[in-house]
Design a protein around this ligand. Structure first.
Ligand SMILES: NC(=O)c1ccc[n+]([C@@H]2O[C@H](COP(=O)([O-])OP(=O)(O)OC[C@H]3O[C@@H](n4cnc5c(N)ncnc54)[C@H](O)[C@@H]3O)[C@@H](O)[C@H]2O)c1
Ligand SMILES: [Zn+2]
Length: 324
């Protein structure tokens, strides 16, 4: 359940909760959001989305004697809400939480649908569960302080939503309009429709993982120097090529997807090859005996590319960048 709120409104909201968990940058930029007497400030990094920080936050909740009726407010991007939400899912067998997503990606994706998780050395989001936020407060004023890079990360997930829901819209897409409140709400509604149909990710919701087999591998290989959003952009280009070649997505939709993504991220990461990425691709949670990718138009929403399909897709990406 999401609600639109102004900055002034969210600054009053914090006192309705037992405790707040907030991203350090957000707390520095908007100090009035960390004035609750029980406020845990965390530094958002993928390496901190960890068992160690989960334990630290749990101990902090215990030290404040929070019980099963506690209701936590989590303010931050996807790292903060994934980690904080996972703590809430486990603490006292589950306490309720609400979210103020502070990044575009958090608004349209991470706080919608209840997936919460942390990373382990065995892969991205490999410990997690479903524990939806009671309320999600969307405050578009928070987007003003995001860097261009962080805005682009959110736009990639919005583009992914359009690809799986209404790919025809990719042909006329303008990056600036993606930042409008209307586009943000449209993107949330697309995600909510998939979640409602398949809350536990056993069927059609899996389509929202398109691009993510490759994305998670790129994030791990780069030791998280490449952001989730940028990794998803390259994941969509590579997995999209495989799906287009296999007749699973329309070739024109793929061209439109690639054009819009390459306007956001112009140069692929160095050393991006199937051989280099394969050990990390093998860690993906969706895998069965082989590496799989999410796929529209197949019975189980999964597709198993052959070795030649993988190598062709990586080759096609690299060829786009050979100087003419
Ligand atoms: N649970 C889900 O369904 C789901 C969906 C998509 C992504 N995710 C997860 O979300 C994470 C990525 O989220 P993200 O891109 O929001 O990253 P993030 O939480 O790291 O935020 C990105 C950066 O922006 C900063 N920041 C946050 N809000 C700000 C603001 N208002 N102004 C200025 N700076 C601000 C943060 O400190 C951080 O440096 C990944 O770990 C990914 O796995 C989860
Ligand atoms: Zn994602």
């Amino acid at each position: 359940m999401y609600h639109l709120r102004t900055l002034a409104e969210i600054s009053r909201l914090i006192y309705n909760y037992s405790a707040c968990i907030i991203d350090q940058k957000v707390s520095e930029l908007y100090p009035f959001l960390s004035t609750h007497q029980h406020t845990f400030i965390l530094q958002a990094s993928e390496n901190n989305k960890s068992r160690a920080l989960k334990a630290t936050i749990e101990d902090w909740l215990f030290s404040h004697k929070l019980k099963r009726n506690a209701h936590i407010l989590i303010i931050g991007g996807g790292i903060t809400t994934d980690l904080g939400g996972f703590v809430c899912a486990n603490y006292m067998r589950g306490i309720s939480w609400s979210a103020i997503p502070s990044t575009l990606l958090g608004m349209v994706d991470a706080t919608i649908g209840g997936k919460v998780a942390i990373n382990t050395p065995f892969g991205k989001n490999t410990l997690g569960t479903f524990h939806p936020a009671n309320e999600v407060f969307i405050c578009c004023e928070l987007l003003a302080s995001l860097t261009h890079q962080e805005k682009k990360s959110g736009m990639v997930e919005m583009i992914k939503h359009l690809l799986v829901d209404c790919p025809g819209k990719l042909s006329s897409l303008n990056h600036d309009t993606l930042l409008s409140q209307d586009s943000i709400l449209e993107s949330i509604q697309i995600k909510e429709r998939f979640v409602k149909q398949d809350p536990y990710d056993k069927g059609p919701r899996n389509l929202l993982n398109i691009g993510h087999t490759v994305a998670h591998a790129i994030e791990l290989q780069s030791d998280f120097k490449i952001s989730h959003g940028e990794a998803v952009a390259w994941g969509l280009v590579i997995e999209g090529y495989i799906l287009k070649s296999a007749g699973k997505i329309n070739p024109q939709d793929y061209i439109n997807l690639k054009i819009i993504l390459l306007r956001l991220f112009t140069t692929p990461p160095a050393h991006l090859s199937f051989d280099q990425l394969q050990p990390y691709l093998a860690l993906d949670k969706k895998n069965q005996s082989d590496i799989v990718i999410s796929c529209p138009g197949s019975d189980n929403f999964l597709y198993t590319p052959s070795l030649i399909e993988w190598t062709n897709a990586f080759k096609s990406l690299c060829q786009s960048y050979i100087p003419q």
